[in-house]
Design a protein around this ligand. Structure first.
Ligand SMILES: [Zn+2]
Length: 263
């Protein structure tokens, strides 16, 4: 089974039905990450339409400033969510430095909750890579997916040593640096994502809507880079995701779904 471990399904608008159809037809297990509270509420509704979709609650670093004084509201939604994401830090694309303390406050709140409730996290780390690794270590959060890693190689290695998983996404189709990262991640920590529907549009500066089957292109490029075959990459990623959620009492149903033999 293909795994897309970082997608913004609530952003599809009138293409949502098409996207859900592709997810079902191609059997793509999809982690649907939220950006904020309304996004999570929408994802919960979308999640009812397919058991291949896992909606997770997070506040994106871009939205953190709006939520820094609303931590108890955040806490209520964390309780209902089986995992956590998208959360993180962005000190690169977010230029307004006055939001950085709020980003740190909201992220730490989520990390503490993830530790207490033993939930996996889906992290955006842009220019906050080292700080995020320090937080994971400080609170002993072991199950972490690093989404679209593009930071320094030495921090990548430190995150690998800590046992973080990495979702390789659409930028691997275009960037030599991301290709290097995609080669450096060991088999046991490799995951895939599309960051649909906006990532391709953002990279190519056009109006392309990323569709779920884009995950196949990523798998195929990973196979070339890692001197492997697409079927092999698919099964490695599937096994890794299954391991990430194994023995998670909130994800037993998902684990059963993933235990169905592929191919
Ligand atoms: Zn995202």
């Amino acid at each position: 089974m293909l795994i897309d471990a970082h997608v913004h399904l609530d952003k599809y608008g009138d293409r949502l039905d098409d996207a859900l159809k592709e997810i079902e037809t191609e059997q793509i297990f999809t982690v649907a990450t939220a950006m904020d509270v309304p996004s999570y509420l929408e994802l919960q509704k979308i999640g009812e339409r397919s058991d291949l979709i896992l909606p997770t609650f997070g506040i994106h670093p871009r939205r953190a400033a709006e939520y820094a004084e609303r931590l108890s509201e955040i806490g209520q939604h964390i309780e209902t969510s089986p995992a956590i994401g998208e959360i993180g830090l962005d000190f690169h694309w977010v230029k307004d430095t006055s939001t950085y303390p709020a980003q740190r406050k909201v992220l730490e709140y989520f990390i503490v909750a993830a530790a207490e409730q033993n939930k996996f996290v889906n992290l955006h780390t842009k220019a906050g890579e080292k700080e995020i690794l320090d937080l994971l270590e400080k609170y002993c959060v072991k199950r972490a997916i690093i989404h679209w890693y593009s930071g320094p190689m030495d921090i990548l290695q430190a995150m690998i040593d800590y046992g973080c998983y990495f979702t390789i996404g659409v930028e691997v189709l275009y960037s030599d640096y991301i290709k290097e990262i995609a080669k450096a991640v060991p088999d046991r920590l490799l995951l895939t994502e599309t960051d649909n529907p906006g990532a391709l549009r953002w990279l190519k500066k056009n109006d392309e809507v990323g569709m779920p089957t884009a995950i196949r292109q990523i798998v195929s490029v990973l196979a070339d880079l890692r001197r492997s075959a697409p079927e092999q990459i698919e099964s490695v990623v599937h096994a890794n995701f299954a391991r990430l959620i194994a023995e998670d009492p909130r994800l037993e149903q998902v684990a059963r779904k993933l235990s169905i033999p592929t191919s």
